[in-house]
Design a protein around this ligand. Structure first.
Ligand SMILES: [Zn+2]
Length: 221
C-alpha cells in the first residue's frame, strides 16, 4: 500500500540534519521504511544540506567536509536498513515481531507487551525515551471514536496496522500523521483489524472535555 500521508518538510530536514530526538527519529525511520516518496525527499534534503555546507563553509578543511558527508551517508544507510514495519508482515511469526527501531523501547514482540486499558476500546503502552520524549503505542478496536484532543507541541505518528479517519483525512498502515500544535482532532477507527499506531509526543497531549480530562492522567503526561 502506497502511503498517502507523509512527513512534513520540517521533520524531513530535521531528520537529515540529525536534529530530531532519537525517539522521534525512530518513528520517522519507520515511515521511511514504508515510503519511497519520503525516502526520495530525504535524499534531496541530504544533497541540498551537503551542497549548502560546502558553499557556506569554503574555509572548512576537506577532512571536516568529508566527515560530514560520511555522517550524512551513514544516516541515510540507517534510514534504508531499518526493519520493515508491521504492515509488511508476511507470516504469523513476523506478525508478532516489533519493528527493529522500536525494540529498544517496546521489546521484541507485540505479544510480550503489557497493554494497559485506556477506555473507549483503546489500550496503550507508554515509554519515556532517554531524551525525555514520550513514545506511545496505541491499539484501538475498530469503529471507536477517540476523544477530541489537541497538542501542545508537534506529535509524529506512524500507523502500523488498521486505519482511522479524522478531519485531516483517512490514515492507514504506512501513513504518517505529522501534526503540529495547531491541530485538534478526533480520530475514529475504521472497521477491520484493530488500529495500531505509534507516536512520539514532544510534549503532553492536551485533552478538552470531561471524558478526555478523565483519560489524561491515564497517559501519565
Ligand atoms: Zn511518506
Amino acid at each position: 500500500m502506497t502511503p498517502r500521508h507523509h512527513l512534513d518538510a520540517t521533520t524531513l530536514v530535521s531528520y537529515a540534519a540529525g536534529a530530531l530526538p532519537p525517539e522521534t527519529a525512530a518513528i520517522a525511520s519507520l515511515h521511511f521504511s514504508a515510503c519511497g516518496h519520503c525516502r526520495a525527499k530525504l535524499l534531496d534534503a541530504e544533497r541540498i544540506g551537503g551542497a549548502l555546507v560546502e558553499r557556506q563553509l569554503p574555509t572548512w578543511s576537506e577532512g571536516k567536509a568529508s566527515i560530514l558527508r560520511e555522517t550524512m551517508l551513514r544516516a541515510l544507510d540507517e534510514a534504508h536498513t531499518v526493519a520493515a514495519p508491521a504492515v509488511h508482515r508476511a507470516d504469523r511469526s513476523d506478525e508478532d515481531a516489533m519493528p527493529e527501531v522500536l525494540q529498544p523501547y517496546f521489546g521484541k514482540t507485540f505479544s510480550a507487551l503489557k497493554w494497559r486499558w485506556m477506555g473507549s476500546g483503546a489500550h496503550y503502552v507508554r515509554v519515556v525515551g532517554p531524551s525525555g520524549v514520550v513514545l506511545l503505542l496505541l491499539r484501538i478496536a475498530p469503529g471507536k471514536r477517540m476523544p477530541v484532543h489537541g497538542h501542545q507541541a508537534g506529535e509524529l505518528t506512524q500507523i502500523l496496522q488498521g486505519a482511522y479517519h479524522d478531519a485531516l483525512g483517512y490514515f492507514q498502515a504506512g501513513d504518517a500523521a505529522d501534526l503540529d500544535s495547531e491541530i485538534e482532532h478526533q480520530p475514529v477507527t475504521a472497521p477491520g483489524p484493530a488500529c495500531i499506531c505509534v507516536s512520539a509526543l514532544e510534549k503532553p497531549l492536551r485533552f478538552p472535555g470531561w471524558f478526555a480530562r478523565k483519560l489524561q492522567p491515564v497517559f501519565g503526561v
